[in-house]
Design a protein around this ligand. Sequence first.
Ligand code: NAG
Ligand code: NAG
Length: 239
Amino acid sequence: MASWLLFLGSLLQFFTGSKAAVFTLQNRCKETIWPGALSGAGHDLLINGGLQLKPNEKTSVAAPLGWAGRFWARSGCTFDQSGRQGNCATGDCGGLLQCSGTGGTPPASLAEFSLDGLEDFYDVSLVDGFNMPISIIPSGGRGNCSAVKCSSNLNLQCPEQLQVRANGGGDTVACKSACLAFGQPQFCCTGVYNNPQVCKPSHYSEIFKKACPTAYSYPYDDATSVFTCNGANYTIIFC
Ligand SMILES: *[C@@H]1O[C@H](CO)[C@@H](O)[C@H](O)[C@H]1NC(C)=O
Ligand SMILES: *[C@@H]1O[C@H](CO)[C@@H](O)[C@H](O)[C@H]1NC(C)=O
């Protein structure tokens, strides 16, 4: 009887979609970071769009069934006395602590999700570049549920033409993708290159792929970069 009720309960939860997944954002960087969230059209804004995480801090948020969107983190931010307005060296979203419908300015490493009742899709994308290591660790799901780890610091191996430097000449704080740096169709897979048969990895995307083999290194990198899991929670680890 009890197990029947439990079964009915989870069925009801499944169909009413009260909660699909819990996301935990964790800062393993040595510095403070400011994660941001951008929801797909019509989906709930999570974590109010953005927040601050000091080293070793984490925060969790429940996403409704069917949620789709992305997380990234900003670095090198300074905010005014209100704590809500300022700017960030990487991943900035219009200078707001709580990104309200604005994504991070590339380059920024992304964790992307599309939660479905039957199957969740997730990936790490460096298509617009990299600003810090990012990993997705599923827990408690059924199916393949591979962890996606992009834990190398690409800023240290970034080709000169792709580097974003702090204050002009300082450390490399982010690494542009070739598409972002050069805007050419063969890197962006646009125009006549808008076809997986034609748009191939480049010298630049291969540097990204080598550092993070299970992340998107260019737009048609699907074969080795999309993962699925069913009914999991997800931890997103920065650094
Ligand atoms: C997800 O996390 C919530 C809250 O901690 C927990 O109740 C639930 O059982 C977890 N789900 C899975 C699939 O581990
Ligand atoms: C899970 O996915 C990984 C990466 O795509 C793949 O190498 C592995 O064979 C898959 N495992 C199963 C059981 O499908």
